[in-house]
Design a protein around this ligand. Structure first.
Ligand SMILES: NC(=O)c1ccc[n+]([C@@H]2O[C@H](COP(=O)([O-])OP(=O)(O)OC[C@H]3O[C@@H](n4cnc5c(N)ncnc54)[C@H](OP(=O)(O)O)[C@@H]3O)[C@@H](O)[C@H]2O)c1
Length: 236
């Protein structure tokens, strides 16, 4: 018997990087995994990962109709989610004066409004019988880094959203965890090229997606008495 046997886990942004590693980890622990991303389930995206019980659904989290369609498919094909990992997001590294209003809006749109939409869509299904919501924040949700104005604003906002929901749902059986990783070696860094820059850690010194997935697994496998509110993860 595995820790998550019989549980349904929905993971957004699971086509690559941290979300994909979380899907694999929760799948290995026995969960029926549902992966959401724009390039999944369309035939044109990355191939399936080796997860025994997995369902891939194409979904843009900034599109409310897409989210509703995805929730309906989850309900029909897998049932009510026990675990929701809100992970999908983007990244921007630009000095403030070079950050356009469109740049700023785009970060808020996916990292904050998108995450809000995910919660609005799935919480009503989950709140009746309880479950676990894990939000992937960032070290930039509590530490200011130069060049991070738009991204950090979105992630500070996401931390605020998490804190309020944690207060609203305290004692309800719906548990909320915020996991805030430091730099993690994923494709998110490809356009930035940290190994060519002195002001950023080398990719080999970063966390791996599996490190973050381990933290998610830890949070969702505690006893029902223990709530893990917050995990701040950095490479040692
Ligand atoms: N890498 C880091 O250093 C780091 C550190 C701290 C926190 N984080 C956070 O961790 C999360 C995952 O980042 P990552 O490093 O794994 O990045 P990544 O490799 O670029 O993956 C991002 C994922 O989000 C999905 N996504 C993006 N926009 C979406 C949208 N509108 N609708 C649905 N899915 C969308 C992408 O899938 P599609 O393109 O297929 O839609 C992809 O699966 C993000 O929230 C990021 O802020 C990352």
């Amino acid at each position: 018997m595995s820790a998550l046997d019989g549980k349904v886990a929905v993971i957004t942004g699971a086509s690559r990087g941290i979300g994909r590693a979380v899907a694999v980890k929760l799948g290995e622990a026995g969960a029926h995994v549902v992966r959401l991303a724009r390039t999944l389930g369309t035939g044109g995206g990355p191939g399936p990962v080796e997860i025994e019980h997995a369902l891939d659904i194409a979904c843009d989290i900034t599109d409310a109709a897409d989210l509703l369609r995805a929730a309906e498919r989850v309900r029909e094909s897998a049932g009510t989610p026990d675990i929701l990992v809100s992970n999908a997001g983007g990244f921007l590294l630009k000095p403030f004066l070079q950050t356009s209003a469109d740049d700023f809006r785009a970060q808020i749109e996916v990292n904050l409004v998108g995450a809000f939409g995910v919660l609005k869509t799935f919480l009503p299904m989950m709140s009746d019988r309880g479950g676990h919501v894990v939000t992937i924040g960032s070290v930039a949700d509590h530490v200011p880094f130069p060049g991070n104005a738009a991204y950090s604003a979105s992630k500070f906002g996401l931390r605020g959203l998490h804190e309020v929901l944690r207060a609203e749902y305290a004692g309800s059986g719906l548990r909320m965890t915020l996991i805030s990783p430091g730099p993690t070696d994923t494709a998110l860094w490809d356009p930035i090229g940290p190994d060519r820059r002195d002001d950023l850690p080398n990719r080999s010194a970063m966390l791996t997606p599996e490190d973050v997935a381990d933290a998610v697994l830890y949070a969702v496998t505690r006893s029902s008495r223990a709530v893990v509110d917050l995990i701040r993860l950095s490479a040692g």
